[in-house]
Design a protein around this ligand. Structure first.
Ligand SMILES: *[C@@H]1O[C@H](CO)[C@@H](O)[C@H](O)[C@H]1NC(C)=O
Ligand SMILES: *[C@@H]1O[C@H](CO)[C@@H](O)[C@H](O)[C@H]1NC(C)=O
Length: 818
């Protein structure tokens, strides 16, 4: 509804204000017309419908419709555009074109159309003013859709930021009247009025901004005009909060605790320290470093990556040197704000140290008889690792007679289990192994070469319990007959063996008169020449003694066996060959073939082959009549005795032994071929006159006499000598009172042919040759064979005398040939 206003005629007007609520075009406004001097003024709202009536000039000018027609009333405007036309028939003004006040007048107010109505006949001019009234047909609007601000978070409250003003083509109250901002948490609006009455606003910071809390703010500025209804326009305000370095870096942990095994390789990652900075950009860029308060040594062992915060190992971590490290790390942003944190590194032990064996003392060599549990070596064994890694177990290679004893911490002694035997093992390689209990365990070896020194605990040993030495009789004195060796498993002087002959009696004589022993070589030498026929064997005892202190010895018996040589010729026992007597065997002429004439009995004092005798017929008066048994010496007839055969038969038998060379003896056997004793006697003279026999007999008698005389003289001289010598010696003893060498006494018949090498007989021959040989035989009746004399003085002829048994003697006595 409009409210009409009444003005004076002069320059006053009636303004009708019409508000249109629903539709604008069909509503009639109450028109207020002011007529003065033919001047009418109308007010119409803009944007009226075409054909809408602006006013009735007939009424308002007081004209008659006819006059309008006659006067050819028309509208004259200065500008060509005609918004309003005249309906001549009705005398009304009608809107012919849409009238936009904003187009027509923009901000000019009031806005009016001016035109004339011209009438002719008579010419009349009526001025018409049509004021175009504003309606709120535009909303306030901002030039920009969005307004952006970058505000530092450090900006203090009260800071002002000019905002755009909203524009509204309408005028008056229809222009923006009010601004609001939403939300209002951080900012408020402050309105200002310009001198022309328009308003503008500024945004004022109410509470401090925090980029870290909200980085962007979106606000809406609304402008509201004063129309009815009011219209609004909005603009978005984007506030970007610019970061300032108002936050320090902050480590994620106040303390970083790390356990690290020692000996980790270089560049091993220990820990990553990290700090955050809520600021943005360079303000939030954190660099890490060790703080200068750390010890230089620690800093040299580790490295920190300034960008990533990785702490890595840069040196050798040794638990044995340092068990933990502590360092401060610093985080710094580009603005220089810092935070510090602590890194604690506990080094854990790794079994990286081998036990070390040090020999403190070592007794080498030790005597083999050292008592058990003797300390041989003292060792110090250490492992600088800790805990189990440093606990040591110590042992030696098995099967050795030693063991390790732990005496006190880290000290060990090597002792023997039992008494040692150098002869079994003279040297031991004792390997001491010390291992720790780490996992894996580390161990160290040390080998001690222990030498065992000798103690004289072994006597010399002969290879055998007894020895047999053979020696040919008639050996030269001083000849080596045997060699014995003993061994001693000790060493050095304890094994240096000397040989000695034990003093003993051999056949009643000191053994040393038979045998001597080379102390160095153990060679057994004959001191004299042996005679098998006298001594066949004897025993000696040789002692081997080592050079130890005290010495040890052992002995062995050596049986010396003397071997026979064919040094004796066979001896004829029967028939007895006597110088004077003639023995003859009587063979009856009637004897059959094979008649046993006699048996030649011979012996040989040698033995074995040397005493194996064979009998051969050498010569015979009639070779065809007799034969001799080769082995038994039986002389038998081989044919019938005839009358032609001579009464006296002589058979020579040679007896040979089987030695090499062989020796022999011959015997003559007289055989009488007779049936009765008278026959024999008749032939007897022939026998006794046998030239050969007689010669022999004479010779023997002369020889016996000479020998007896010689012996007698020698005996007398010897007795005198002895007497004289004793008398002299007694006197000398009396005078000097000192020991004098005893001149050995040799029995008269002692034959010493030593030195020439071939001693035939060295035993005494104390047979006395007498004229009556039978007596001498009786004197020697003892063992069947005791002595032999071989007289080479007889040219070519060997006569053997022997002692025979009773048979021969009896035969001798009954011999008819005496
Ligand atoms: C001990 O060791 C040495 C050197 O390796 C060696 O020559 C010797 O034969 C060894 N002795 C024993 C008894 O094993
Ligand atoms: C020889 O040694 C044994 C013991 O080994 C001893 O009984 C004997 O008497 C010793 N003989 C001599 C002649 O020393």
């Amino acid at each position: 509804m409009g409210f009409p206003r009444h003005f004076d005629a002069r320059g006053r007007y009636l303004a009708v204000r019409i508000s249109t609520l629903l539709t604008i075009n069909l509503i009639k406004f109450a028109l207020f017309v002011a007529v003065a001097h033919g001047q009418v003024r109308y007010s119409i709202p803009e944007e009226m419908m075409k054909g809408s009536q602006v006013g009735n000039i007939v009424q308002d000018l007081g004209l008659d419709i006819k006059r309008l027609k006659s006067g050819r009333a028309r509208i004259f405007t200065e500008d060509s555009r005609e918004y309003i036309s005249l309906n001549v028939d009705k005398g009304t003004l009608i809107v012919t074109e849409r009238i936009d006040r904003e187009e027509l007048c923009a901000q000019v107010s009031p806005c009016s159309l001016h035109f004339q109505i011209i009438l002719e006949n008579p010419m009349e001019l009526h001025r018409i003013d049509v004021e175009i009234l504003d309606i709120n047909d535009h909303a306030p609007a901002f030039h920009r859709k969005e307004i952006g601000f970058e505000i530092r978070e450090s900006s203090s409250p009260g800071s002002r930021f000019a905002l755009d003003s909203a524009h509204d083509p309408d005028v008056g109250l229809n222009t923006p009247q009010k601004y609001t901002l939403n939300p209002t948490e951080y900012f408020t609006l402050k309105e200002f009025s310009r001198s022309d009455g328009t308003k503008y606003v500024e945004m004022v910071l109410k509470t401090p901004l925090d980029r870290e809390q909200q980085e962007e703010h979106k606000l809406i500025l609304t402008a509201t005009d004063g129309g009815t209804p009011p219209k609004t326009g909005t603009v978005i305000i984007n506030v970007a909060v610019i970061d300032t370095n108002d936050n320090s870096p902050v480590f994620t942990q106040p303390i970083y605790s790390v356990h690290l095994p020692e000996n980790v390789p270089k560049s091993h990652l220990v820990v990553v320290v990290s700090a955050t900075d809520e600021d943005k950009g360079s303000n939030g860029e954190v660099t890490y470093s060790f703080s200068q308060s750390n010890e230089i040594e620690t800093m040299n062992l580790f490295d920190i990556d300034s960008e990533t915060g990785e702490i890595k190992v840069n040196g050798l971590l040794d638990f044995e040197k340092s068990k933990h490290y502590e360092m401060n790390v610093e985080a710094k942003d580009s603005g220089g704000l810092t935070d510090t944190s602590k890194v604690l590194i506990e080094i854990t032990d790794v079994n990286d140290n081998f036990p070390v064996i040090t020999v403190i003392s070592f007794v080498n060599p030790i005597p083999e008889d050292s008592a058990p549990e003797s300390v041989i070596a003292i060792l110090n064994i250490k492992d600088i690792d800790s805990g189990k890694n440093g606990q040591i177990k110590c042992n030696i290679n098995s099967h050795l007679p030693f063991h390790i004893k732990s005496s006190s911490a880290n000290f060990y002694s090597l002792v023997n289990d039992r008494i040692l035997d150098r002869e079994m093992y003279s040297e031991y390689n004792i390997t001491i192994t010390a291992g720790d209990e780490g996992s894996p365990s580390l161990s160290t070896n040390k080998t001690l070469t222990l030498k065992i020194s000798d103690v004289n605990d072994n006597a010399p040993v002969f290879q055998r319990h007894s020895y047999i030495a053979y020696v040919m009789e008639n050996n030269s004195p001083g000849v080596s007959i045997f060699s014995i060796t003993a061994t001693d498993i000790d060493t050095g002087n304890n094994a240096r063996i000397s040989y000695f002959l034990e003093e003993q009696l051999v056949n009643g004589v000191a053994a040393s008169s038979y045998i001597s022993v080379n102390a160095e070589s153990g060679e057994i030498l004959a001191v004299r020449s042996f005679d098998y026929e006298q001594t066949k064997e004897f025993n000696i005892c040789v002692k081997a003694q080592d050079g130890g202190n005290p010495p040890l010895s052992s002995n062995v018996s050596v049986k010396v066996i003397i071997q026979d040589q064919n040094d004796n010729a066979p001896q004829i026992l029967y028939p007895v060959q006597t110088g004077g007597s003639v023995v003859a065997e009587m063979v009856p002429r009637s004897a059959d073939v094979g008649y046993l004439v006699t048996k030649v009995v011979a012996v040989d004092v040698d033995s074995g082959q040397n005493a194996w005798l064979s009998y051969k017929l050498q010569k015979a008066t009639d070779r065809a009549l007799f034969e001799a048994g080769l082995h038994n010496g039986e002389i038998r007839t081989v044919r019938q005795v005839t009358d032609k055969d001579a009464v006296k038969q002589k058979v020579t038998v040679v007896v040979e032994d089987n030695g090499d060379p062989s020796r022999s003896a011959t015997v003559n056997v007289n055989v009488v071929l007779a049936d009765s004793f008278p026959d024999v006697l008749s032939e007897f003279t022939d026998f006794t006159q046998d030239k050969e026999y007689n010669d022999n007999l004479t010779f023997y008698l002369v020889l016996a006499l000479a020998v007896v005389s010689f012996l007698f003289i020698v005996s007398v001289i010897a007795i005198l000598s002895v007497k004289c010598y004793r008398w002299k010696r007694e006197r000398m003893f009396y005078k000097a009172g000192a020991n004098l060498p005893v001149i050995p006494y040799y029995p008269p018949l002692y034959a010493d042919v030593g030195g020439t090498g071939t001693l035939q007989h060295v035993h005494n021959y104390d047979t006395y040759e007498t004229t009556d040989s039978r007596k001498s035989y009786l004197k020697h009746a003892g063992p069947p064979i005791e002595s032999i004399i071989n007289l080479n003085t007889c040219e070519n002829q060997t006569v053997t005398r022997s002692h025979v048994g009773k048979a021969a003697e009896v035969f001798n006595q009954v011999s008819p040939f005496k």
